[in-house]
Design a protein around this ligand. Structure first.
Ligand code: SAH
Length: 399
């Protein structure tokens, strides 16, 4: 942008936004909320649109949603005359970036929506499989959807592509309901590896797109400090537990999901490890264990996002505090706490403060060994704060 007189792409509907909406875009954000849209007459769901300010000045090309509160997501600050070329370039750039920053794994996020300038599209690679999630009308609409799929197959040559459907998102975007399915190729099972650990993978099962790839670098970091007896709370399919097992004499994993633990056990066998998996509610178990004097040298806390919105923040903070407090009670002096929050609505400072409060309450001293975040294949775009969500602190209990 910023050339003399930026042109509108011919044939695209034009959408006018308020001064506040334009300000957001100028600040480098990609979203404009419905309340900042001034004209939407006759724009079809999922359309590619020209965006202008109040005075009709061209601001860029965006993807429109007729139902989401996020009415448009910017695709380019320029006029897009060759949509296929743009999609090809963006996917290529996302792949090239991963080639530079991803190591020791054949499983990583290939496309992370806005952070890769492909708003509404998530693509994860698990060895020879791709798992795809479409989050918006525009990414589901033709010709975008087909172009994305053919670029992914051409550039990455996966054995199969599986689409994971989140029914809640399709409902919010008023898209016809659809089930998760293999949309290209035939297989949906594979084995992937990260940091030398093997994982069994069924693309049709599990939460999110199947695994929590955003923790990959944190698994390796946690493993560096782990020793003695370890407890992995909210272990899912054993991501942390299997890494800890490389260095610890005993590892226990806790999760409330039986299907997740069944995969965890398969993963343990695949890596010739013995890990004890406990199905249960982490809050109850931590209370019982802390009260009955269990002790550990390493504890991982990686709960689901407790604060799904600002409204639930207070309850979320109490939950984080409770978990950290129980864990700290059970750590031996010199022990390691790895404590995570994937709630976007809880800032790093707020999360650190809640861990500090827990430490004060149980009279333990904590040293911060590492303040970490999501793996680099889940890029954080500085001007879009929503792209940064994961906090992972590695702490040492001094006494
Ligand atoms: N640490 C995991 C990811 C954890 S995701 C990894 O690295 O792969 C959060 C997990 O918490 C999910 O597996 C979910 O089943 C589990 N969970 C949610 N609420 C729970 C509760 N109250 N008690 C125990 N597990 C819970």
């Amino acid at each position: 942008m910023g050339r003399n007189v930026p042109a509108l792409a011919v044939g695209l509907p034009t959408l006018k936004i308020s001064r506040r909406g334009a300000g957001r875009l100028q600040d480098g954000h990609a979203w404009v909320y419905r309340s900042d849209i001034l004209t939407v007459d006759g724009i079809p769901p999922g359309a590619l649109v020209n965006v202008t300010d109040e005075r009709g000045r061209f601001l860029g090309t965006a993807l429109y949603s007729s139902s989401s509160q996020i009415a448009i997501r910017m695709l380019s600050t320029e006029a897009v005359s060759d949509l296929s070329g743009l999609l090809r370039g963006r996917i290529q750039a996302a792949i090239t970036y991963r080639e530079r920053i991803v190591e020791n794994t054949d499983a990583y996020r290939v496309v992370f929506s806005e952070a890769d300038f492909l708003p509404g599209l998530i693509v994860d690679r698990y060895n020879d499989l791709l798992s795809l999630q479409v989050l918006t009308q525009a990414m589901d609409a033709e010709p975008v959807r087909s172009r994305v799929l053919s670029e992914l197959s051409e550039q990455l040559k996966p054995a199969a592509i599986v689409e994971r459907v989140d029914p809640r998102i399709r409902e919010l975007e008023q898209l016809p309901s659809r089930l998760s399915s293999v949309i290209q190729g035939e297989k949906s099972n594979t084995v992937f590896s990260m940091n030398g650990v093997q994982f069994d993978f069924d693309a049709m099962e599990g939460q999110k797109t199947g695994a929590f790839l955003d923790q990959r670098e944190n698994y390796a970091a946690a493993a560096k400090y782990a020793r003695g007896e370890a407890l992995d709370v909210f272990c899912y399919q054993g991501g942390f537990a299997l890494h800890l097992a490389q260095h610890c004499s005993k590892v226990v994993g806790v999760d409330s999901s039986r299907p997740a633990l069944e995969v965890a056990e398969k993963n343990a066998a695949l890596n010739h490890r013995e890990i004890e998996w406990i199905e249960g509610n982490a809050f109850d178990l931590l209370r019982d264990y802390a009260d009955s004097g269990h002790q550990y040298d390493t504890i991982i806390l990686d709960p689901p996002a407790f604060a799904k919105s600002r409204r639930t923040l207070d309850t979320a903070m109490r939950a984080y505090k409770e978990l950290n407090l129980r864990a700290l009670k059970m750590l031996r002096p010199g022990g390691t706490l790895v404590t995570c929050s994937c709630s976007y609505h809880v800032s790093e400072a707020e999360f650190l403060e809640v861990v500090a409060q827990a430490a004060r309450d149980v009279h333990r001293n904590l040293r911060v060994l590492e303040k970490r975040t999501q793996a680099k294949d889940h890029p954080i775009l500085l001007t879009i704060p929503e792209t940064a969500y994961l906090k992972c602190f590695i702490m040492s209990v001094s006494y």
